[in-house]
Design a protein around this ligand. Structure first.
Ligand code: 3ML
Length: 147
């Protein structure tokens, strides 16, 4: 049974305590030293744009992200709250309206994305509703979090 399931789904691994656990393909990519590229973005809406309009543009931006060459996944989330009651010293970065993230399989995919005309059209839409942008390229701390 296990052998059969493994054959049909090679990403299923056995684990003593949990039984079968599913790990994404990217776990294996990390093992081979080819960690996925992840870019995280803080977004601030343009001055004067309503929250409703900004949300509509985020939805449109998400829709437009499908099928962009090299872009494995895009996610944008609205900032619902910015709590300040932290257990360590608070670090104020100011008001942020949304957080976006882009996933790329590797450097080649990232370059294909940068070169793509569809990506350029996507950025043109970005210019209409992203007033300010703060990018971060992030990396995993261990293979456990390599996805
Ligand atoms: C880079 C990006 C961050 C984001 O949320 O969307 C992309 C593309 C863009 O800036 O238009």
């Amino acid at each position: 049974m296990l052998a059969l399931r493994r054959e049909r789904a090679p990403w299923l691994l056995s684990n003593d305590s949990l039984g079968l656990v599913a790990l994404p393909d990217t776990y294996q990519s990390f093992e081979k030293g080819k960690e996925m590229i992840r870019m995280l973005y803080l977004l601030v809406k343009p001055e004067g744009m309503s929250d409703e309009q900004f949300k509509r543009e985020c939805v449109r931006h998400d829709e437009m992200s499908h099928g962009i060459p090299g872009l494995l996944k895009y996610e944008v989330r609205l900032v619902a709250e910015q709590p300040t009651d932290t257990h360590v010293p608070f670090f104020d970065i100011g008001h942020v309206d949304a957080i976006g993230e882009c996933w790329f399989e590797n450097e080649e995919a990232y370059q294909r994305y940068l070169d793509s005309d569809i990506r350029k059209t996507w950025f043109e839409h970005g210019k209409t509703f992203i007033g300010k942008l703060k990018p971060f390229r992030t990396e995993a701390v261990s293979s456990r979090h390599g996805e």
